[in-house]
Design a protein around this ligand. Structure first.
Ligand code: AVJ
Length: 322
């Protein structure tokens, strides 16, 4: 029997403590920064879903196109019947993999995991209606939490789609990929979505859309801090910034204070001073090339078994064998 209630090993106070620790480290650093996983409360996850539909944000459509064309090939080559998705969100694109698994044989189990409980519940209830034969097992948590409680058994594949790996600083990616590799046994599979290096002006537009949805998404992290940590960020006094760092081939999102201010985080007391024009960096989104993805996968003990791109060459899905 499937449950739309995901497993949540975290207590509310664990989450608050972790957010506070992150805020303490990031907001006392120079430049100031916050980890992107805190964007995704219920509202942040909804705003992200709206981003995926924006005309400027090509990534989700490109990855959908890839999976539409190659999901069956991927499933046939791997023979997987158990899919674990990290950062699953709505799991909308993942349905293409589940559909291919149905065509090929039968999907046994799907394990979506996300930091947003509300996004995960929404995905689970839609999936349980449309895939009644599928064993569903949702996990609320970040990547580390999920990898630590990964179900065993079946022919498994771990998927990290949407280009989310680009959020990790390059120094962290090796460690993360190593953890994915060591949670799998030899011969199991990893499917990785990566946004590709392209014209910087298209990249900037994808992260600074004309409807202002990305700006709202970016500012949402301050609403999260205000609510969860009793902070008093004047959210509207922050300007959304998106720039492309050519040398590092990554987009950086930041929130820029329109005026000097002192912000209080009251659990426990922490005062943060911002100068007029000072930025808080809220997200990195690295862009990739085939050679780099292949080298990083190999360094972690994977073998690149498939490289799939959309027609325009905007996005890639890599199939890697442990
Ligand atoms: C969900 C991490 C893939 O980096 O493009 C979209 C998040 N941020 N617009 C990305 C995001 C601003 C997105 N990922």
């Amino acid at each position: 029997m499937n449950s739309v209630e995901p497993l949540d090993h975290r207590s509310e106070s664990d989450v608050t403590r972790e957010l506070l620790a992150d805020a303490r480290i990031g907001l006392t650093d120079s430049p100031k920064w916050l980890p992107p996983k805190w964007f995704y409360d219920a509202r942040g996850s909804e705003l992200f879903e709206r981003i995926t539909e924006l005309p400027e944000y090509y990534q989700t459509r490109a990855e959908y196109e890839i999976l539409e064309r190659y999901a069956l090939d991927i499933v046939e080559r791997t023979g997987v019947d158990t899919l674990v998705e990290l950062g699953s969100g709505s799991s909308y694109k993942t349905r293409l993999l589940l559909d291919a698994m149905r065509k090929h044989g039968a999907p046994k189990r799907f394990v979506p995991s996300d930091v947003s409980r509300s996004a995960l519940r929404g995905a689970l209830s839609a999936l349980s209606a449309d895939y009644p034969e599928l064993e569903l097992h949702g996990i609320v948590g970040d990547f580390a939490t999920t990898l630590a409680v990964l179900p065993t058994g079946g022919e498994r594949m771990i998927a990290l789609l949407g280009g989310t790996i680009g959020n990790m600083p390059v120094e962290q990616r090796g460690g993360f990929l190593g953890e994915v590799r060591s949670s799998l046994v030899r011969g199991e599979w990893f499917l990785l979505g990566t946004d590709l290096v392209k014209d910087p002006s298209r990249l900037c537009r994808a992260y600074d859309d004309s409807a202002g949805v990305t700006a709202e998404f970016n500012r949402n992290v301050l609403h999260v801090l205000n609510r969860e940590l009793g902070a008093d960020f004047p959210v509207e006094e922050f300007e959304h910034r998106a720039r492309y760092e050519q040398g590092r081939e990554r987009i950086v999102l930041a929130l820029r204070a329109r005026r000097a201010m002192r912000v209080w985080l009251r659990v426990p007391e922490l005062a943060v001073e911002l100068a007029r024009g000072e930025e808080i960096e809220t997200e990195m989104s690295a862009k990739f090339r085939r050679g780099g993805v292949e080298a990083e996968l190999e360094a972690a003990g994977f073998e690149l078994a498939g490289w799939y791109t959309d027609e325009a060459g905007d996005f890639a899905v890599s199939l890697a064998r442990a």
